[in-house]
Design a protein around this ligand. Structure first.
Ligand code: FEO
Length: 190
C-alpha cells in the first residue's frame, strides 16, 4: 500500500508519496525486463551487422539504446520516489538467428512478453492504489502498442518480400533511417 509522508502536518501543501515495497519490487522487475530487452536487441544488431544488413543493424542498435533508456527512466523514477533501484545481472541473449524474419519474429515474441510484464506492473499499481506509479506506467503501455505494431508491420513486409533479394535490399535500406520512435511512419513514404 502506498503511503504518504508529510514534511509538516500543519502547513505543508507538498506531500510526496513514497513507493511501497511491492511497487518497488514490481518496478525493479521491470528494470530487469528492459535491461534484458536492450541486451537481446544488441545481440540481434550484431548478427545483422555481420550479415551485411547495415540498415537493420542500425535500427536494432537504436532499438537497444531505446530499451536502455526505458530502463534508465525506471531507475530514476524508483530512486526519486524514495525507493532503491536494483541494477540486475544480464543473461547472455540468443545469438543464433536463421534469417532476418526470424529476428523480427523473436523481437515481436519478446515484446509481447514485455507487454504482459507491464500489464502486471499496472495491475499491481491498481491493487496497491498507487496512482502516481500507475500514471507513470501509462507511458510504457503506449510504447508497447507502438513497438508491437511496428514489429508486426515489419514481419508482414518480410513475408511479402519472401526470398526476393532486391526486396530485401530495399527493406534493409528503409530501416536505416528508422527507429522505433519514428516507426509509425513506415508506410507513409513507401
Ligand atoms: Fe521497453 Fe520494447 O519495451
Amino acid at each position: 500500500m502506498a503511503y504518504i509522508c508529510f514534511n509538516n502536518h500543519e502547513n505543508s501543501h507538498s506531500a510526496h508519496t513514497m513507493l511501497s515495497k511491492k511497487i518497488e519490487a514490481a518496478l525493479n522487475g521491470q528494470v530487469a525486463v528492459e535491461a534484458a530487452s536492450s541486451q537481446a536487441y544488441l545481440a540481434m544488431a550484431s548478427w545483422a551487422e555481420n550479415q551485411g544488413l547495415s540498415g537493420t543493424a542500425t535500427f536494432l542498435y537504436k532499438h537497444s539504446d531505446e530499451e536502455r533508456m526505458h530502463m534508465l527512466k525506471l531507475v530514476k523514477f524508483i530512486n526519486e520516489r524514495g525507493g532503491k533501484a536494483v541494477i540486475p545481472a544480464l543473461k547472455q541473449p540468443g545469438t543464433n538467428f536463421k534469417s532476418i524474419t526470424d529476428i523480427f519474429q523473436a523481437l515481436l515474441h519478446h515484446e509481447t512478453k514485455v507487454t504482459q510484464e507491464i500489464n502486471g506492473v499496472v495491475d499491481t499499481c491498481l491493487k496497491e492504489k498507487d496512482y502516481t506509479t500507475h500514471n507513470f506506467m501509462q507511458w510504457y503501455v503506449g510504447e508497447q502498442i507502438e513497438e508491437e505494431a511496428l514489429a508486426r508491420t515489419l514481419i508482414d513486409k518480410l513475408n511479402l518480400i519472401g526470398s526476393d533479394k532486391g526486396g530485401l535490399y530495399l527493406f534493409d535500406r528503409d530501416l536505416q533511417g528508422m527507429s522505433v520512435a519514428t516507426g509509425g511512419g513506415y508506410n507513409r513514404g513507401a
